[in-house]
Write a protein that binds this ligand. Structure first.
Ligand code: G3P
Length: 217
């Protein structure tokens, strides 16, 4: 299972990278804006900085919503760095663009996916990753994890190569449940990765081991 961090915060990306378990980064325009990164040039420079920190895939989202615009923007983004994955929204022109990118060896992440039908379409178009937003489904009293399970079944039925990238992950239980279901990747905040470390019995056990060691020295 790959771990991506879902942020544009360089300190948090560095921290996750230093932990040694990071496989990539996802961003979106909202995450960029949260870090105060606005304007095309600044956003492009930020993607380059992220690529310098991590060794894995870095999703960079297109803003255009028409086919020609998505292609132009996606090709520019893909040229920035070989780690860049062009993130395309699940809209009609987006699906057409994903097919074009797939035919031209440009990797894509189909974003804003909320149904199994959308995920099937993304796979048919040849998306490298599909991003079902599980937290946002949970927010509206719909089972986000069930969507991951449905997509897993559909992709396995037909041997689709598109990787299921569980997105809008909010906490450690999302990560663990996605791992149980067989999501290929999860992307979440640093807290969802670091939270996996913690258990009170680990802390209590370590304290006792260290105290007992000191007794003999
Ligand atoms: O990866 C998608 C993500 O950025 C959305 O997360 O927490 O805004 O639903 P959230």
């Amino acid at each position: 299972m790959k771990f991506f961090i879902d942020t544009a915060n360089l300190d948090q990306i560095k921290e996750a990278q230093d932990l040694g378990v990071l496989d990539g980064v996802t961003t979106n325009p909202s995450l960029m804006a949260k870090e105060g990164i606005t304007g095309k040039e600044n956003i492009i420079n930020h993607y380059k900085k992220i690529c310098e920190i991590v060794t894995g895939d870095v999703s960079a989202e297109v803003i255009s919503t028409d086919y020609e615009g998505i292609i132009k923007e996606g090709e520019e983004l893909a040229k920035l760095h070989d780690q860049i994955i062009v993130k395309v929204p699940m809209i009609k022109d987006g699906v057409k663009a994903i097919k074009y990118f797939s035919d031209n060896n440009i990797k894509t992440n189909c974003t804003l996916v909320f149904s199994a039908g959308q995920a099937l379409l993304a796979a048919k178009a040849g998306a490298t990753y599909v991003s079902p937003f599980i937290g946002r489904l949970d927010d509206i009293s719909t089972d986000g994890l069930n969507l991951i399970a449905e997509i897993r079944m559909i992709y396995d039925n037909y041997g689709f190569n598109t990787q299921i990238l569980a997105a809008s992950v909010r906490h450690t239980m999302h990560v663990i449940d996605c791992a149980k279901i067989g999501a290929d990747v999860m992307t979440g905040p640093l807290s969802s990765i670091e939270g996996l470390l913690r258990h009170p019995l680990t802390d209590i056990g370590l304290e006792k081991f260290l105290a007992d060691y000191k007794k003999g020295n």
